[in-house]
Design a protein around this ligand. Structure first.
Ligand SMILES: [Zn+2]
Length: 352
């Protein structure tokens, strides 16, 4: 019997020592009175004298290795749970774990962050206002007359409140203009992201709740050209350097003059491809064949607004603009239905 082949055999047997019975049999096979170690020791006198010491050392080493294997296996077996789990307990360590999903920012939050950071780089500060507003801040202070259709209960969510101090869910972010101007003096460069509410019937382009970003700048000598410059930087940062812009005269009670701002269609590039496409029975579905997309409303702040907040309209001028975040995100990402943003369908939200 040579020690080398015994070692090889032990290496094979070690993997089978999965029960107390198997371990006991292993122990008996090698360490019992007539076990293999005993036999090896007993064979020493038959060896040549000069071989005995080296062989004895080898046998002792083997014995201590076998003892170490047994001690190690005993420890493992003691730590193992009984093969039948205790009632109501026991953890299946072979079962796959539950992965933690990594969340992400909602596309509307991402769009707000993106737009806000563009204006912050131009020196604007971010201010937020309450979603429950006074009728004064939402309308009167902004030069919106009592008979204006937007003040109608069909266009604004009013909250049960005393007639003298009527409260409502703000229908735009513009009341924050009043709040800021009443509490601070020019120069002002402010950006106001936030949620607004209107009792609109829900369809692909309307919701009763959506988001706006309001921006305004007030100081001595602010001109319409400042408005154009700021909005051009913004539009090109969001939609790309190639887009063109146009200002269309419009009416808003709180600005004079007022303009709606369009960008050239991001799909057909405003190249009036619509004419060509129409002859083939197709239109650019994004701009409806017009070549332009409306992105926001803007203008020079009305002198009456300055009077309401105690600014001298002969000294100060300023511009203001406001845009719908959902609309910007829909144009930017080619989304056709506003409701997708708020249905919490992860198949949609995971794409951003
Ligand atoms: Zn188009």
């Amino acid at each position: 019997m040579d020690i080398y082949s015994i070692r090889t055999q032990i290496e094979l047997e070690v993997n089978q020592l999965n029960s107390r019975e198997a371990l006991e049999a292993f122990r008996n096979k090698y360490l019992a009175r007539k076990g293999i170690i005993s036999q090896l020791t007993g064979s020493i006198p038959s060896l040549a004298v000069e071989e005995r010491a080296a062989f004895g050392k080898e046998v002792n080493l083997l014995k201590s290795q076998i003892l170490a294997i047994i001690a190690e296996k005993e420890k493992t077996l003691a730590a193992e749970k009984p093969s039948t789990p205790a009632p109501g307990g026991g953890i299946d360590i072979g079962m796959p774990g539950i992965a933690q999903e990594i969340g992400r920012l909602h596309p509307i939050t991402q769009t707000i962050d993106e737009i806000t950071s563009i204006f912050v780089q131009m020196g604007f500060s971010v201010v937020e206002g309450p979603e429950i507003e006074t009728e004064y801040n939402n309308f009167t202070g902004l030069n919106i007359p009592l008979d204006h259709p937007s003040r109608d209960a069909f266009d604004t969510f009013y909250i049960k409140s005393p007639a003298k101090n009527r409260l409502l869910l703000r229908s735009h972010t513009s009341p924050v203009q009043i709040r800021v101007m009443k509490s601070r003096r020019p120069p002002l460069a402010i950006i106001v992201p936030g949620r607004v509410y209107r009792p609109d019937a829900v369809d692909a382009s309307h919701l009763f709740m959506f988001h706006q970003i309001e921006g305004f700048m007030v100081d001595e000598g602010i001109r319409f050209s400042d408005l154009k410059g700021v909005l051009e930087v913004f539009a090109k940062a969001v939609f790309g350097k190639e887009i063109k812009m146009r200002f269309r005269p419009h009416f808003f009670p709180f600005t004079e003059p007022s303009a709606e701002v369009d960008i050239s269609c991001i799909i057909c590039q405003g190249r009036q491809l619509s004419d060509v496409l129409t002859s083939q029975g197709k239109r650019c579905s994004v701009c409806g064949g017009k070549g332009w997309l409306e992105i926001l409303g803007s203008g020079m702040i009305h002198p009456n607004v300055f009077k309401h907040v105690g600014y001298d309209p002969t000294k100060y001028t300023g511009f203001a603009f406001g845009m719908g975040i959902e609309r910007i995100a829909m144009l930017k990402y080619g989304i056709s239905d506003i409701r997708l943003f708020f249905e919490n369908d992860l198949r949609f939200l995971r794409q951003f």
